[in-house]
Ligand binder design. Structure first.
Ligand SMILES: N[C@@H](CCC(=O)N[C@@H](CS)C(=O)NCC(=O)O)C(=O)O
Length: 206
């Protein structure tokens, strides 16, 4: 039996980890977590993920709860894989930039947009904050179009990598909350290219 366990709920960042596991062809087990009400999961889940957030991941006795860090763990421990760009490749810095941009650079505006257009009850939404988050998210999308993709199929190294997994998840989140329609065309084509992969189809299935 496999040691790799992914605590997962549809539409959450655990898709990133599942996508990498599928792309790498690793054997893993899914532990479904209820995400319809918050906090996510139950008391047993809280022992694995004290913040009751997804994803959570276990490799034997080792647990992690930060999606892109889990990608790095899988690549470091179970690679080599083309998903990773190595330090001796020309696009190493570019790869790290976009791997982290997908979470570090994008989360704040995208989360505020999510909260103030979809997640919070209507009487708790702040329209000024929603407007600001929409403008800031638009800047992020322009940056990705102009500096991430500028004539490329993938963000780094001329191939699909974990940086694409990181960023495409955020585009998917924007799509779910209907904030992707005005995105630059090049990003829409990129999103379709990435989500055409078999591993995405498995990772994003319920
Ligand atoms: N930076 C973390 C963010 C984790 C996170 O916020 N996950 C969301 C689902 S996509 C969650 O569990 N939210 C539930 C909550 O905040 O209560 C990561 O990349 O894993």
């Amino acid at each position: 039996m496999t040691d790799l366990v992914l605590y997962h709920a549809p539409q959450t960042r655990s898709i990133r980890v599942r996508w990498a596991l599928e792309e790498m062809g690793l054997d893993y087990r899914i532990e479904p977590v209820q995400f319809k009400s918050r906090p996510a999961g139950d008391e047993a889940f809280a022992k694995i993920s004290p913040l009751r957030k997804l994803p959570a991941f276990r490799d034997g006795a080792m647990t992690m709860t930060e999606s892109n860090a889990i990608l790095q763990y899988l690549l470091g421990k179970y690679g080599p894989s083309d998903l990773e760009v190595k330090p001796d490749e020309a696009d190493y810095g570019r790869y790290l930039q976009f791997l982290h941009f997908g979470e570090g650079g994008m989360t704040m505006p995208v989360s505020l947009l999510l909260a103030h257009t979809a997640l919070l009850p209507e009487d708790q939404r702040n329209p000024a904050l929603a407007k600001w988050a929409k403008i800031e998210t638009g800047k992020l999308l322009d940056y990705l179009a102009d500096h991430g993709l500028d004539g490329r199929d993938w963000l780094a190294a001329g191939r699909f990598t974990a940086a694409d997994i990181s960023v495409v998840y955020m585009l998917y989140l924007l799509k779910i909350i209907r904030q992707f329609d005005a995105a630059p065309e090049i990003l829409k084509v990129y999103f379709a290219r990435a989500t055409g992969r078999d591993a995405w189809k498995k990772a994003s299935a319920d």
